[in-house]
Design a protein around this ligand. Structure first.
Ligand code: NDP
Ligand code: X2W
Length: 377
């Protein structure tokens, strides 16, 4: 179990050694949860990543439960990954801390249920391993927002310290902190689409928050992970469109914290779309003063200058799911009413890529001092 003293010591070592400097060699990387949807995409991206220099990541399944549990191969779980990258056969090994330490692991991706990430991230950091966590376990600073995840901390003082240190892994917003972070909390998929659409506008102070912002978001079924439920079963999801978690979806807290809004200023309603992957968020708001489309466009372009994975459509074009699926981009577009005040912003991304694995690799690139889009275009 991780403890506070060693966590402090590894922090000193980590900031001295890794203060944003580009490594001269490929970092030793591991992926836990590689058999899941997000883990599979991570494996694909890492196997083809030029910075990995042919050195394959360590792929990890569940911890060994019986002596009979042995390693399997990545292509037996994800056949689409056969012959990708180094073209070697890559093992998926049972999770074991000693294996990670002996291999000199520097960055560990956690593509796991929230509870498991909350338990394993402190242990990794104590061992001097930097973490990119794809779950919601460390994204929220406000305890009342985090309560939606029902997390349990074996060592609450240590967890509070790490929570304080965790950086919200949206590079377009927090690039500088991510460079030296030990714990990067990769954003939620819906949250990424809404935050990237709204942050330039809210920050510029042009949104009439008294009128409220409405986010109508729709996601493909892979957003729910690989375990089927009655709501993601083909018979429910196919030829259907349904709203859910109308008040209190777990991504709402991320919107409040990252956009500095209060709950009465934004309504987020997710819907399940009968497609495998992709998110489209349509966001309705009112501006304080009438503006011209060119002024809105300028605002977005200025904010995302130097952000290679956000693409702005020229009006009147609007983003579509087909244009972003299997890419690492978030596409943004908008329409402004003739009164210059009613603004609709549309944001699109692939939930498994820019909404999860792609963004996680983008974070790794920033942590390694590489080009942010390395291996992602
Ligand atoms: N799907 C998406 O679009 C997005 C997902 N995320 C987050 O990323 C994480 C992974 O999501 P996703 O890939 O969809 O989920 P999946 O359900 O598809 O995969 C979960 C993975 O975690 C493993 N796992 C489950 N329990 C344990 C455990 N106790 N110990 C070790 N491994 C375990 C599973 O292994 P096994 O195969 O053995 O069951 C599997 O590899 C989640 O936290 C999710 O919230 C974030 C953004 C978007
Ligand atoms: C379609 C679908 O069910 N989507 C998921 C998206 C959650 C997700 O993946 O994000 P986290 O990392 O916060 O779990 C949901 O609405 O719960």
């Amino acid at each position: 179990m991780a403890n506070l003293d060693t966590i402090e010591k590894t922090k000193e070592m980590s900031t001295t050694a890794k203060a944003g400097s580009a490594p001269s060699r490929a970092p030793r990387v591991a992926v836990a949860g590689v058999s899941g949807y997000a883990g599979g995409e991570l494996a694909r991206l890492l196997l083809r990543h030029p910075g990995m220099d042919g050195s394959a990541p360590i792929f990890l399944g569940r911890a060994r439960e019986t002596a009979a549990d042995t390693a399997t191969t990545i292509e037996s779980i994800h056949p689409q990954l056969a012959m990708i990258g180094t073209k070697a056969t890559h093992l998926v090994e049972p999770f074991h801390w000693d294996r990670l330490s002996e291999a000199g692991t520097e960055i560990l991706f956690l593509a796991l249920p929230h509870e498991q990430s909350r338990e394993w991230a402190p242990e990794a950091i104590e061992r001097g391993i930097r973490v990119v966590d794809l779950s919601g376990a460390w994204r929220l600073q406000d305890e009342s927002n985090r309560a939606v995840y029902k997390l349990h901390d074996a060592n609450p003082a240590l967890a509070a310290k790490l929570q304080d240190e965790a950086v919200y892994g949206c590079p377009e917003l927090h690039r500088d902190e991510i460079r030296t972070a030990r714990l990067v909390a990769n954003p939620g998929c819906y949250s990424t689409s809404v935050i990237l659409a709204l942050r330039p506008l809210v920050r510029a102070g042009i949104v009439d928050l008294d009128c409220g912002i409405i986010c109508d978001a729709k996601s493909g079924v892979s957003g729910a992970g690989k375990a089927p439920t009655s709501k993601t079963h083909f018979m429910y999801a196919a030829d259907n469109l349904s709203a859910y978690s109308v008040f209190g979806h777990r991504h709402t807290g991320e919107l409040l914290e990252q956009l500095c809004l209060t709950a009465d200023q934004i309504q987020f309603t997710p819907h399940l779309l009968p497609i495998p992957r992709g998110i489209l968020s349509t966001i309705y708001l009112r501006l304080k003063h009438a503006m011209k489309p060119a002024e809105i466009e300028h605002l977005f372009r200025e904010f995302y200058q130097g952000s290679p994975l956000v693409r702005l459509h020229a009006t009147p074009q609007l983003p579509q799911i087909q244009h972003v699926v299997r890419t690492n981009f978030c596409d943004l577009g908008f329409a402004l009413a003739e009164d210059g005040k009613r603004l609709v912003v549309v944001s699109c991304l692939d939930n498994l890529l820019k909404g999860a694995a792609g963004q996680a690799v983008q974070n790794m690139n920033v942590m390694c001092g590489w080009k942010e889009e390395e291996g992602l275009l």
